[in-house]
Write a protein that binds this ligand. Structure first.
Ligand code: 4NP
Length: 160
């Protein structure tokens, strides 16, 4: 069976498109093909835009393919995705505020960082320098692997 994962941040141009690209890439490295990954933002300000050039730069440096047009989270995401993973606590609260009682939703909605014991958010790198984007990339790699370990396990999707 295919699992579907939506990574969510505020603008959908820095953290979540990077998270989407990294999770897909880490899954591919494990030979997992039955996973669908997308990303979205809680805000509409950057809808239609390419990822931030610093996100693209970090992905290029690490040979992670990235291609995404920013979009806002929509109600149907709560019925079409199995997992909705928020980059930070503010993103998670926004998801819960707007969609907390989505009818028919069986999606698991969690802080992405909750798949590691330190439960850390991915901090917003938008107003900072490249170091914030590098740190974001490193977190995305760790969180992708923590997520895949927990949800897919070592034996493939059949074991969930
Ligand atoms: P993101 O970063 O949520 O990781 O995409 C941001 C992008 C844009 C803004 C804030 C954060 N903004 O204020 O426009």
């Amino acid at each position: 069976m295919t699992i579907s994962v939506l990574i969510v941040c505020l603008g959908n141009i820095c953290r979540s498109p990077m998270g989407e690209a990294v999770l897909r890439n880490e899954a591919l490295k494990r030979g997992i093909t039955d996973i669908h990954v997308d990303s979205a933002g809680t805000a509409a300000a950057h809808v239609g835009e390419d990822p931030d050039e610093r996100t693209i730069e970090v992905c290029n440096t690490n040979n992670v393919p990235i291609s995404h047009a920013a979009r806002q989270v929509r109600a149907s995401d709560f019925t079409s995705f199995n997992y909705i993973l928020a980059a930070d606590g503010s993103n998670l609260r926004a998801l819960e505020r707007h969609f907390g009682r989505s009818e028919g939703s069986e999606a698991t909605v969690r802080l992405w960082g909750s798949y590691l014991s330190d439960n850390k958010p991915i901090q917003d790198p938008y107003y900072g320098g490249m170091d914030g984007f590098t740190k974001c990339y490193e977190q995305c790699v760790k969180l992708s692997n923590a997520f895949l370990d927990e949800v897919v396990g070592k034996g493939g999707l059949g074991t969930r």
